[in-house]
Design a protein around this ligand. Structure first.
Ligand code: SIN
Ligand code: FE2
Length: 214
């Protein structure tokens, strides 16, 4: 509990690899606008629990905005320009999403970042995301920009094989993790989110994952 409301210092960064880092507190000035943007997105494309190809219901609730949305069902994983639940395109990026993603990518050494997809993840306490690689994108070099909001969590950052050693990275409200280039295909995941209440998100952790698909 002790660091649940820890005050973040913006500007500090921690290297996780040659082209991977945590930008501590980088999203703090954008947090309120990002949360308003998430409300707009989820009003048009509600959060939902997707089914994996193996038939398991995912613990993390998800939705998307941007040109492509990440989808999973019994047929497999894919990017779809249409929200299959609504039968219409995903909501556009709220402008602040692009501003933050571009700024964070640049701060991590990736200038000119133009993501075309943003996955919105919502974690209730106890929810985890098992170790995986992001491999459904055509572009395997452009960075992933991953923004944490609300309840803190522990991010696992590994190597290029599932069994490789992982480091545990505490992520607080406003932290941004960026990994691209030679680090783009690293395994990563999230440990079960501890229970808590955050002043800005209540009983949830929210995550925005920006990617360049095409
Ligand atoms: C993801 O890998 O899609 C999400 C990571 C996170 O929630 O921090
Ligand atoms: Fe991922």
């Amino acid at each position: 509990m002790s660091d649940l409301f820890a005050v973040q210092v913006r500007g500090r960064s921690t290297a996780l690899g040659p082209q991977a880092c945590v930008l501590h507190g980088h999203a703090l000035p954008f947090a309120e606008a990002l949360l308003a943007g998430i409300d707009t997105v989820t009003a048009a494309a509600p959060l939902r629990h997707l089914v994996t190809p193996g038939g398991h219901v995912m613990q993390v609730a998800m939705t998307n905005c941007g040109r492509f949305g990440w989808c999973s069902d019994r047929r497999g994983y894919r990017y779809d320009p249409v929200d299959p639940q609504a039968g219409r395109p995903w909501p556009a990026f709220p402008p602040v999403f692009l501003a933050l993603a571009g700024e964070a990518a640049a701060a991590a050494g990736f200038s000119g970042y133009r993501p075309d997809a943003c996955l919105v993840n919502r974690y209730a306490p106890g929810t985890r995301l098992s170790l995986h690689q992001d491999r459904d994108e055509d572009d395997r070099v452009a960075p992933i920009v991953s923004v944490s909001l609300g309840l803190p969590a522990t991010f696992l950052f590994g190597g290029f094989a599932r069994g490789d050693k992982t480091v545990r990275v505490p992520l607080l409200h406003g932290d941004v993790v960026v990994w691209g280039g030679v680090d783009r295909m690293r395994f990563h995941g999230v440990l079960p989110v501890p229970p808590g209440v955050h002043p800005d998100t209540g009983g949830y952790r929210l995550n925005l994952t920006f990617r360049k698909v095409r």
